[in-house]
Design a protein around this ligand. Structure first.
Ligand SMILES: Cc1cc2nc3c(=O)[nH]c(=O)nc-3n(C[C@H](O)[C@H](O)[C@H](O)COP(=O)(O)OP(=O)(O)OC[C@H]3O[C@@H](n4cnc5c(N)ncnc54)[C@H](O)[C@@H]3O)c2cc1C
Length: 460
């Protein structure tokens, strides 16, 4: 079966895709998904972009294929699929269907992963996970905080309290994909009794009726179907088992599932957008003829170079994503959740530094590819009708989504040079070198004044 060439004959052929990475079942799923993308999702993508329509219809199509439960174990009614398969599905949706849907689906998979990590013995989580397809229950992750920007691991304006009947949760999120449209939300707050230690985080499950959102105000350069506006949870009382995992499990959940799933799947989304832009470019440039010279646009070596370089870079990025996804599969027995009954089993965490690199690379690449494909298609590409313009706007979200590429290259460079312990996510360790250097600049009287201020602070 050669689904890419048969179903999408005008795009870049399957001989340029690492199809050998996929099992026969995954190849069949890819073929089925390309057909659904072309019949349903792509027309909806245009409507979502033009009219800011949330892609619920696309989610209904995904649910009909059993894809909302892609990574849910078979005993809970899911497909029990792997990280590699998740990357393929997201890439395929972004390439042939709708990038906004691919991003909403990425967040859904992240929310499923956070729930699956701690579903053992939690009937509330199991009930949702086992109904995601049948009832089209869309999940999402709500982390980013208005006070800390893209440092989504630092929820300064959110908190939780212990009550007699469970928990009272206060959440302010500056961005939440599917905000107001998702049926269930994994949110992160400081733990009850966190005592000022912002690394002490907890995750909670809240449902649509417990959040406040104003989707009518959502606006963005691209990813317009995403509806990634602010949401809030305003002192809502929730049941004891709406706590996801134990109190204080938030940082572990981030490193073990939330980041890994977001980084791999969003990277697959950026690669899918890059490929979609090249598909459109092939289609356009092989048809458009310049009659003065009797050549098609695709006959110019300059255009061939654009596509050649972008395809080489994009396939490097895809190889990186598939390698990382395969490594996650190898570490987890193909994304088997049963081992997590032991709370200390955290096999993905040790691969996080690889996943940072994957996200940096894929989102940097898509930004370049959409620019170059716009150049290759000329003025026609500048008009919305061709489709490159929408992909260009959608692809630009990659660089700025947290962890942003500025932050990621810092993480990588800093930890490669100085070790992971210097990363200091929660602003807790003192940089003695900077401190000593600043002190050196002070006069004797400034030092004395500073010392007495410090003494006062310490005594207080
Ligand atoms: C389409 C879209 C969907 C999103 N969906 C979600 C979602 O579902 N859930 C969610 O929780 N969030 C979501 N986000 C939010 C996203 O993850 C970021 O939190 C958000 O983009 C940050 O925007 P900001 O203006 O606060 O950026 P800032 O954090 O203010 O960044 C401004 C600049 O400062 C840089 N910067 C920040 N920190 C550092 C540093 N330490 N070193 C160097 N430079 C730094 C940044 O890289 C950037 O260049 C989404 C964002 C987008 C665009």
């Amino acid at each position: 079966m050669n689904a890419i060439n048969e179903l999408a004959p005008t795009g870049i052929g399957s001989e340029w895709s690492p199809q050998w990475m996929l099992s026969p079942e995954q190849l069949a799923l890819q073929a089925e998904l390309i057909a659904v993308c072309q019949s349903t999702m792509r027309p909806n993508a245009i409507d979502s972009d033009k009219n800011y329509v949330y892609p619920r219809k696309n989610f209904e199509a995904l649910a009909a294929m059993g894809l909302l439960g892609l990574t849910v174990p078979k005993e809970l009614g899911g497909r029990g699929e792997s990280h590699l398969c998740a990357a393929m599905v997201v890439e395929t949706i972004a390439r042939y269907g709708c990038p906004s849907t691919a991003m909403c689906y990425t967040m859904h998979l992240g929310a499923c992963a956070a729930a699956l990590l701690r579903h053992h013995g939690n009937e509330r989580l199991k009930a949702i996970l086992s109904r995601v397809d049948a009832d089209v229950l869309i999940g999402t992750l709500s982390f980013s905080d208005p006070e800390t920007g893209s440092h989504f691991w630092y929820p300064m304006s959110s908190r939780a309290e212990r009550t007699e009947n469970g928990w009272k949760v206060f959440k302010k999120a500056s961005w939440t994909t599917s905000g107001g449209f998702a049926d269930w939300y994994i949110i992160q707050t400081t733990s009850p009794d966190f005592g000022g230690n912002y690394s002490d985080l907890s995750c909670f499950l809240v449902t649509k009726d417990q959040i406040q959102a104003d989707p009518a105000n959502w606006d963005g350069l691209g990813m317009r179907g995403n509806q990634s506006g602010p949401i809030s949870v305003d002192g809502v009382d929730i049941a004891p088992d709406a706590l996801v995992g134990p109190v204080g499990d938030g940082a572990k959940s981030n490193d073990e599932v939330v980041d890994p799933f977001f980084l791999v799947c969003s990277s697959a989304c950026w690669n899918g957008i890059s490929l979609a832009a090249m598909d459109i470019t092939k289609n356009h440039t092989t048809r458009k003829v310049h009659n003065d010279v009797g050549m098609r646009v695709a006959d110019y070596p300059t255009i061939q170079d654009y596509v050649g370089e972008c395809l080489i870079d994009t396939n490097a990025s895809r190889s990186y994503v598939y390698l990382a996804a395969k490594a996650l599969d190898d570490q987890t027995g193909g994304c088997d959740w049963s081992g997590h009954a032991d709370l200390a089993y955290l096999p993905r965490t040790g691969l996080l530094n690889w996943l940072w690199q994957v996200k940096f690379f894929s989102s940097k690449n898509v930004s370049n590819v959409v620019d170059k494909m716009l150049h290759a298609c000329g003025g026609t590409g500048y008009k919305p009708a061709l489709g490159i313009e929408r992909l260009l706007r959608d692809g630009k979200a990659g660089w700025v989504m947290g962890p942003t590429n500025e932050v990621l290259r810092q993480f990588v460079g800093k930890s490669a040079l100085l070790g992971f312990e210097v990363l200091d996510y929660w602003n807790q360790s003192v940089n003695q070198r900077v401190l000593n250097n600043e002190l050196k600049k002070m006069s004797k009287s400034e030092k004395a004044a500073f010392a007495s201020k410090l003494l006062e602070d310490a005594q207080a």
